[in-house]
Design a protein around this ligand. Structure first.
Ligand code: ZN
Length: 266
C-alpha cells in the first residue's frame, strides 16, 4: 500500500490496498460499494464528503466497509474503502478515518440487524422537503407506493453525535426496511448493495415526485389504501422473478459507470 498522504493532494495519491491480498468476496463487495458511491455522485445525492454508504462483510465479526472521510464520492474506489468494526475502529492500515460522529446511524443499525448487508443515507433537496413534512411520504404515485407501510420515522435530535441516540434509532426503525429521518434525510437498507441502491433511487425519486405534485396546488387524488398496500409486494415479486431486487438495474448502472469512468474498480 502506498502510505504517502497529503490531505490537500489526496486525489492525486490515494492509498490503495493490494487486490491480491484481499479476500475475493470482500473485493467483490468493495467494487459494488465503490460503484454505489460513484452512482450517488452521478445522481447528485452526495454532500461534499459527508454521509455514508456501508456494507457488512460476511462473518461473525460484523466488519463493515465504508467510505474514508475526506474523499469525494467520485474519488472512491474499491481499494480505498475502509474496513471498520461497528464502533468505527479502523481495521486496515489507512491514513483515512471514518467520521465517528456521522457513523452513529450506520453503526447502530448494522450492530442491531446483522441480516442487513448494506445501508445508504442521503440528503437531497427533495428528500429534505419530504423529511420536513408532517405526513412524510404520501402514496401519490407508483414510486411512493413501493414504500407503503415500509417506512419508519425518527425524530430529529440534532446532528447525531452521541452514541445514546443509537438505541432510539433502532427503536424507531423497528422492523421496517427504510427510514425517514425527520428534518434530516433518507435511509435505505437491503440484503445487497443492488437492493439498497435501487430502493434509494426509488425513494429519492418519490420525494422529487411528491414535491412536484404538491407544487401544482391541484386537488389530489389519493389511491385506495388497499391498492397502495399491495404495491410493495408486487414490486419485490416482479424483481425477484428476474434475479433479485435491483440486480439487473445495478448491473446496468455499473455498465454506465464503466462507460463514464471505470476507475471505481481499482
Ligand atoms: Zn445525514
Amino acid at each position: 500500500m502506498n502510505m504517502r498522504f497529503d490531505p490537500m493532494g489526496a486525489a492525486l495519491d490515494l492509498p490503495r490496498l493490494d487486490r491480491e491480498k484481499v479476500d475475493p468476496v470482500e473485493w467483490d463487495l468493495r467494487v459494488q460499494l465503490a460503484a454505489a458511491f460513484r452512482l450517488a455522485h452521478h445522481f447528485h445525492w452526495d454532500l461534499l464528503t459527508y454521509n455514508f454508504i456501508s456494507v457488512r462483510l460476511p462473518g461473525p465479526e460484523g466488519h463493515l466497509l465504508i467510505n474514508p472521510f475526506g474523499l469525494s464520492y467520485d474519488e472512491i474506489c474499491a481499494s480505498n474503502l475502509l474496513k471498520i468494526d461497528t464502533e468505527g475502529n479502523n481495521l486496515i492500515d489507512s491514513p483515512f478515518q471514518v467520521s465517528r460522529a456521522g457513523f452513529i446511524i450506520h453503526g447502530a443499525v448494522h450492530e442491531a440487524k446483522p441480516e442487513i448487508g448494506c445501508i445508504m443515507h442521503v440528503h437531497t433537496p427533495a428528500a429534505s422537503a419530504v423529511c420536513a413534512m408532517e405526513d412524510g411520504l404520501l402514496p401519490l404515485e407508483q414510486e411512493a407506493m413501493v414504500f407503503t407501510d415500509k417506512i419508519a420515522y425518527h425524530g430529529h435530535e440534532g446532528i447525531p453525535l452521541g452514541t445514546d441516540e443509537r438505541k432510539r434509532i433502532i427503536a424507531s426503525l423497528g422492523d421496517k426496511q427504510f427510514m425517514i429521518l425527520r428534518n434530516h434525510g433518507l435511509v435505505t437498507t437491503g440484503k445487497t448493495v443492488a437492493e439498497t441502491f435501487l430502493f434509494m433511487y426509488f425513494l429519492e425519486l418519490a420525494c422529487r415526485n411528491q414535491v412536484a405534485i404538491l407544487s401544482t396546488g391541484q386537488k389530489l387524488r389519493i389511491p385506495p389504501a388497499e391498492v397502495a398496500k399491495a404495491v410493495p409486494a408486487q414490486f419485490v415479486a416482479h424483481d425477484e422473478a428476474l434475479g433479485g431486487v435491483g440486480v439487473l438495474q445495478f448491473a446496468a448502472m455499473m455498465r454506465r459507470l464503466d462507460r463514464i469512468d471505470p476507475s471505481y474498480r481499482l
